[in-house]
Write a protein that binds this ligand. Sequence first.
Ligand code: ADP
Ligand code: MG
Ligand code: ZN
Length: 480
Amino acid sequence: MARSDWEAVIGLEVHAQLLTDSKIFCGCSTAFGAPPNSQTCPVCLGLPGSLPVLNERVVEFGVRLGLALNCTIREHSVFARKNYFYPDLPKGYQISQHELPLCENGHLVIDTPEGEKKVGIIRAHLEEDAGKNLHDPEGGPSRVDLNRAGVPLMEIVSAPDIRSSDEAVEYLKNLRSILVYIGVNDGNLEEGSLRCDANVSVRKRGETGFRTRVEIKNLNSFRFLKQAIDFEIERQIRVWEEGGQVVQETRLFDAQAGVTRSMRSKEEAQDYRYFPEPDLPPLRVDEALVARVRESLPELPREKQARFVREYQLSAYDASVLVADKAVADYYEQAVAAYGKNPKTVANWVINEVLRLIKENPEGIRATRAEPERLAALLRLLDEGRINAGSAKAILEEVHRTGEEPEAVMRARGLEQVSDVGVIEEAVARVIAANPAELEKYRAGKKAVFGFFMGQVMRELKGQGDPKLVSEALRRALDS
Ligand code: ADP
Ligand code: MG
Ligand code: ZN
């Protein structure tokens, strides 16, 4: 049976660390990189007799996230204990939300080759993070760092609406962009402040029910997410086609080998024995808080994209590239304002040149010293015919590194375009005098020789001649 007879069914579970200064149930700092266990207290160490107190800022962030994902915010939600044993979990249970989560029934819109698509968000709930086991590569004893224990997380569970690895990547990119826009998460997949697990199953096209799924863990980049899902789809199709059964299990993605491997089967899966957390009252979120948070939500990526298309006449694609990172969108708008015209030209320069210069830089657009005003100044030099496009790119590269003014770079590197007709005519005369044989050919009707002359004159002018003026001067001289 052909591959195209099958379709994938995918749902993502994403954990996002909330950017609060203190932990979810105690006042300990959430700052990253402190010495192990220096940011702990009886509550997050799970010492007997200590009691959790809910951080109000966490609730506000949770509501913010829920609203940005079009969720219903539950007036009463309930914390629950999820019981399991692991060295990084000092209490022997994680405080999470189970039956009554803070946010439910939302959705997120993504672009697919077939157009816009709504991916459902089943739920988004609050929970605490666990600590981190530190293993000694030399084989010494393992240790536990509990600085991360009690850091607030939001788990965002999508509906099984995703149908390909590309859609999964698109979903995660959009989700990350929203989280960063609303300031609740730093969007860092590599460092684990945003973590993604993928649930994957396959079914024959036309089937209405779902088949058995597996859950893949350890997907800490967009590339790994795509690779793991593609591998898993192929593996499951093969299993079904060979007459086997896909078993429900948790699998780990091995990035080195590009494969998923079984980690634990359903039989080995824990029963978490959830029950309501007796040390915390039900969480009550009143309408006033929801209204206040809704009021404070910034323009979200898709709204911004639509506005860019409308206001600046950009293509939907260009607009999506610009809005993916809010800092880039802000940079673009500042550059348009500074330049005062032609937003499409500015978009081309930002997308093709500025973004290329900062491509590998983790600082993103903040890393460039070619601030919006400098880009605008560069474009004005281009408009005035004082530089050509090639020089403009060279100048931008230097401005990006040094933060110097484009005009200063132009002068220092002698990149000013020669627009003095007298100078150009002298160069033309010199070139023609030095190439009598070519002149002969041209006059005999071999018009292609014009290109040769053009190149020679540009060389004479060190590449800085205004191409239009050079071409006009040449024609005058050659055709006279
Ligand atoms: P559980 O309670 O066991 O975690 P959920 O119903 O909460 O299961 O689903 C967890 C995730 O798995 C969700 O993202 C959901 O969309 C996804 N999912 C559920 N069933 C399937 C399936 N058959 N194939 C792929 N993904 C699925
Ligand atoms: Mg689940
Ligand atoms: Zn603490």
